[in-house]
Design a protein around this ligand. Structure first.
Ligand code: HEM
Ligand SMILES: [Ca+2]
Ligand SMILES: [Ca+2]
Length: 358
């Protein structure tokens, strides 16, 4: 990655010098060519340079839009910031959107496609949100740099910004993802983790995406923000007709289960939600791991991280050391954001994020 950054800045500075040489008249390009590059005519050099840009744009790089749309990251950040200031549930939605995008067909915005039988129509995706934020950023970017910034990059940047805005670490991520042309509901179930998964099933699915055990524990820390619907955890306890609570999942703290029962009484509206992190659901911090140690992990898939010997140590470490969680987050988030990315001709830049180009 480092090589790519250096190479990109070299490419940009070279390009700027060449442009200023061409703009400032016949003498300077000549001397520029003679002293700095080979003895080439400026136009020949420009052709070689552009060919090089086309050839290497089939890769992700940091600042991919530095020349083609310099304000891209700024626009996404501002859109996320203003949407989140009027609706604090936005950051959680944007972060989950990236997870559900990247695990199905890679980070290619397949999750944004609307229509019958697309990923959005699978029940595992019905509670996703944040689509309007991606659409708003895309609209502005289409005005400023038409056909340039992919929806897949907007999702990744927006998730990255959502974490930083809620107090999490700032992460540099490469851009240049292309948007996919496939979005099928049948791809969702085999690729999205269900709360009922065993730790081995989770490890297996994560590893099929190139993500390690450490990445699993670290990325689960995303549940330090956001909310869940009652149906996501209601099978962990039972309430009889007299209101008596029985734990089905004994790894759940009884008092916490009672609190959850009160928030999700029988017959509660399906739209009722509970904070993932009961203490600081609007802050990206290490409280998620503290909750796990107190047996207050909201989903069964959270609680198993404490039960298993392979993951418990890391949970304990993150509970005591937020810096360590943040450092690991930066690495694991970067890995998540590039899962099975499409670059170059493997994808397209959609005109509208919810529709595949015709
Ligand atoms: C490891 C397996 C995982 C499972 C089983 C899981 C499951 C869930 C479930 C069931 C919900 C509640 C959805 C609802 O009822 O509305 C949820 C919410 C959430 N998940 Fe996960 N998740 C996992 C990993 C991840 C990862 C890797 C990320 C991101 C890096 C993530 C980010 C989120 C966020 C931010 C929310 C809150 C969404 C909101 O506020 O709208 N999750 N997750
Ligand atoms: Ca996808
Ligand atoms: Ca929190």
């Amino acid at each position: 990655m480092m090589i790519k950054i250096n190479f990109l800045s070299l490419r940009i500075s070279c390009f700027q010098q060449l442009l200023s040489a061409i703009i400032s008249g016949q003498d300077s390009p000549k001397s520029f060519m003679e002293t700095k590059v080979f003895n080439l005519n400026p136009l020949t050099f420009l052709v070689i340079f552009l060919a090089h840009v086309v050839a290497t744009s089939a890769q992700l790089s940091f600042g991919f839009y530095a020349a083609s749309c310099p304000t891209a990251e700024f626009i996404v950040r501002n859109t996320v910031r203003s949407a989140s200031s009027s609706d604090p549930t936005i950051p959680g939605k944007l972060l989950r959107l990236l997870f559900h995008d990247c695990f199905v067909e890679g980070c290619d915005a397949s999750v944004l496609i609307q229509g019958n039988g697309t990923e959005q129509s699978d029940p595992a995706n019905t509670s996703l949100g944040g689509f309007s934020v991606i659409d708003s950023a895309k609209k502005v970017l289409e005005l400023l740099c038409p056909g340039t910034v992919s929806c897949a990059d907007i999702i990744a940047l927006a998730a990255r910004d959502a974490v930083e805005l809620t107090g999490g670490p700032a992460v540099q991520i490469p851009t240049g993802r292309k948007d996919g042309r496939v979005s099928a509901a049948s791809n969702v179930r085999p690729n999205i983790v269900d709360t009922s998964f065993t730790i081995n099933e989770m490890i297996k699915l994560f590893s099929s995406k190139g993500l390690s055990l450490i990445d699993l524990v670290t990325l689960s820390g995303a549940h330090t923000i956001g909310v869940a619907h009652c149906s996501a955890f209601s099978d962990r306890f039972q309430v009889d007709s007299k209101g008596k609570l029985t734990l089905i999942d004994s790894s759940l703290d009884m008092n916490y289960a009672e609190e959850l029962m009160t928030r999700c009484p029988a017959g509660a509206s399906p739209s009722v939600t509970v904070n993932n992190d009961p203490e600081t659901s609007l802050s990206f911090d290490n409280h998620y791991y503290r909750n796990l140690l107190l047996h207050k992990g909201l989903f069964q898939s959270d609680s198993v991280l404490l039960k298993d010997n392979r993951t418990r140590k890391q949970v304990e470490n993150f509970t005591n050391d937020q810096e360590s969680f943040f450092a690991n987050w930066a690495q694991s988030f970067l890995k998540l954001s590039v899962v099975e990315v499409k670059t170059g001709n493997a994808g397209e830049v959609r005109k509208s994020c919810s529709v595949i180009n015709r």
